[in-house]
Design a protein around this ligand. Structure first.
Ligand SMILES: C[S@@+](CC[C@H](N)C(=O)[O-])C[C@H]1O[C@@H](n2cnc3c(N)ncnc32)[C@H](O)[C@@H]1O
Length: 374
């Protein structure tokens, strides 16, 4: 069985990286590819736990808009070659011919599908096109909607929030028809924006980036995630959403208390917070993952100390609180160089992503594995 994911294109590498990380963490076997920028295709998924794995992806992914079960997959080059003969400057004719070619291929395929398997009474057809294709999407949606409706007179078209949403995803090389069986909770990322939580302080990252970082840490439900610079608790909230046990600490007691207020607001019960300097952190049990956004720049507090020195001391202290092979996922400014310290501290760099914030600041997201005791 197969899934197609309409990914967010707000970052070039993070959406695929978090998808790969989740597949590995949750032991979901499948072949991932990218038909075009912004789309991820997962093939060869096991039929027996397909629904369970589909729900896990819906629950965990940050950089995804929609996830569909694939009903039909067509290679365009095989079916539509008439458009290649049309002269370049005859744009209108090209669009009309292209529309007709897509429609003809899809109409005949749609007639073969048993829609009763996918549609629960009411439905809508929606087209998403990639690779700058010029198509009359409304006309195609209408026509294909009527083909589906004819297959069962009880089916009703409902454009607004239908029970069954059929997506037709058209790229330069292929057409994918999918059913959105489970919806991503987009409201969560809206409602958890830093200024909407009961305790707010400037400097908290977006909930989506926090979730992607949690995913990159490969933490599983029930395992422990630590943020030793917890601030307002933005990263821990995302860890809590996937069922991790949460430990937060901060040098500032107001932040430590504020994190508690925000975690309570989310109704999490498996968490603890400490009022601590990261350099004095000595946890009773070592943690499965550390996800954090250490202080730097002018908007966050470094307690008046040089942030480079704090970074070294933080890495040293954190290494002692992590299980072997645990991952540390950390944000840092581009000008802070710490790779030379890693080996010395028992760490190894695994992956890295760059996020351009503005002209003079790039945020680096590093995935670092604890490989040995110091
Ligand atoms: C960038 S903020 C963290 C933002 C956080 N991710 C959030 O969602 O609000 C950095 C935090 O590090 C804390 N901090 C600074 N120096 C520290 C230290 N030596 N030990 C522990 N916390 C420290 C600050 O009080 C601040 O709350």
């Amino acid at each position: 069985m197969e899934l197609i994911i309409i990914q967010s294109q707000e970052h070039p590498t993070l959406p695929m990286a978090e998808l790969n990380a989740i597949m590995e963490t949750e032991e979901i076997n499948g072949r991932i590819s990218s038909p075009t920028v912004g789309l991820a295709l997962i093939e060869d998924l096991n039929k027996d736990n397909f629904d369970k794995n589909y729900k896990i992806l819906v629950k965990r992914l940050a950089y995804a808009h929609e996830i569909d079960e694939i009903i039909l997959k067509e290679n365009i080059e095989e079916n539509i070659n008439s458009i290649t003969n049309i002269e370049e400057n005859n744009d209108n004719k090209k669009i009309i011919d292209e529309n007709n070619s897509y429609l003809n291929v899809l109409i005949s395929k749609f007639k073969e599908i048993d829609w009763n398997k996918y549609i629960n009474n009411e439905f809508a057809v929606r087209i998403k096109k990639y690779d700058n294709k010029e198509l009359d999407t409304i006309a195609i949606e209408r026509k294909l909607g009527s083909v589906i409706k004819h297959s069962n007179p009880e089916f009703k078209v409902k454009l607004d929030n239908p029970k069954s949403l059929i997506h037709i995803i058209i790229t330069k090389k292929a057409i994918f028809v999918g059913l959105e069986k489970y919806k991503i909770n987009k409201k969560h990322f809206q409602n958890m924006k830093p200024h909407k939580r009961p305790f707010f302080y400037p400097g908290s990252m977006s909930p989506k980036l926090a979730r992607a970082m949690v995913n990159l840490s490969k933490v599983k439900k029930g395992e422990t995630i630590l943020d030793p610079f917890c601030g307002t608790g933005g990263i821990l909230i995302e860890g809590g959403m996937i069922g991790a046990k949460l430990i937060g600490s901060d040098i500032n007691w107001k932040m430590k208390n504020g994190t508690g207020i925000n975690l309570n607001y989310c109704n999490f019960d498996n968490w603890e917070t400490h009022h601590l300097d990261v350099r004095e952190l000595k946890l009773y049990d070592k943690v499965d993952s550390v996800v954090t956004d250490p202080p730097y720049g002018i908007s966050t507090s470094t307690g008046g100390e040089n942030s480079e020195k704090i970074f070294y001391q933080f890495l040293d202290s954190i290494a002692k609180n992590m299980k072997e092979n645990a991952l540390l996922v950390m944000a840092s400014p581009h000008y802070l160089k710490f790779d030379d310290w890693l080996n010395d501290l028992g760490f190894k760099l695994v992956d890295r992503h760059e996020i351009k914030m503005h002209k003079s600041l790039t945020r680096i997201i590093s995935v670092i594995a604890k490989i040995k005791e110091k």
